[in-house]
Design a protein around this ligand. Structure first.
Ligand SMILES: C[S@@+](CC[C@H](N)C(=O)[O-])C[C@H]1O[C@@H](n2cnc3c(N)ncnc32)[C@H](O)[C@@H]1O
Length: 218
């Protein structure tokens, strides 16, 4: 999955992954992470997600990472925010109202550039990446997280023969393989997500399960 794939999706407005309402798993399970109000939350591969606004409304500061400048611009303009922009090495950082969006490649951003992180929210980030990139993603994410930092992770599972990703299927077993050595994993919920995702049903899926997990970095 190269960068052009995503740049073309944003340029062509083919962003079916974007949700026009707050993710229900975030609202339901976020409190289980037990994070203090002033915590700073990493949102990798953040798009223009409204979940960032919800996290901010909980009192958190947010650090998102997104490769598409169109997405970053859209996030600030659609939410009526006027960002200041700082140029870094290989990325730009757009900031307004306690929200920093780093526009650049997630795999190239270092912890020192990102600043302090207390927790993480991953919806449609891990599942956006094909298999070998997911291993790299997990390694890079773990590098950015301090010890004891919790993560709320939402993944999708379906029969890979029924549909080509993205989104890619990520099972509970794969979550254990990717994160089990470095994190305590608590499976919070799994449920049938077919009806809530008519765009994926239209791509041939006969069954779709969403998994919600809490990870805590060792
Ligand atoms: C499936 S979308 C999910 C967006 C967001 N998490 C949401 O819930 O709407 C994946 C996003 O990751 C971005 N992306 C893909 N590869 C990236 C990378 N290497 N670094 C930063 N962002 C990336 C894409 O531009 C896209 O906006």
């Amino acid at each position: 999955m190269d960068h052009n794939f995503w740049h073309e999706r944003w340029a062509g407005k083919r962003t079916g992954f974007h949700q026009n309402s707050i993710n229900p798993h975030l609202e339901r399970h976020w409190h289980r992470l037990g994070l203090a109000t002033h915590s700073r939350i990493l949102v990798p591969l953040c798009g223009k997600s409204l979940d960032i606004i919800w996290l901010r409304e909980q009192g958190h500061r947010v650090a998102g990472i997104e490769i598409s400048q169109l997405a970053v611009e859209a996030f600030f303009s659609e939410n009526g925010l006027n960002p200041s922009i700082r140029q870094g090495h290989g990325y730009s950082c757009w900031s307004a109202d306690g929200i920093d969006l780093f526009c650049g490649d997630f795999f190239k951003l270092h912890a020192a550039e990102l600043g302090r992180i207390d927790g993480c929210y991953d919806r449609a980030a891990l599942v956006a990446l094909p298999g070998e990139m997911r291993t790299r993603y997990a390694g890079a994410l773990l590098e950015l997280l301090p010890s004891m930092a919790p993560v709320l992770l939402v993944t999708l599972e379906y029969k890979p023969l029924e549909m080509d990703g993205p989104p890619f299927a990520v099972t509970l077993d794969e979550i254990k393989q990717l994160f089990g050595a470095s994190c305590a994993i608590e499976h919070l919920q799994s449920f049938n997500a077919l009806e809530a995702n008519p765009n994926l049903t239209g791509r041939g899926l006969g069954a779709l399960t969403e998994h919600v997990c809490k990870l805590v970095r060792n």
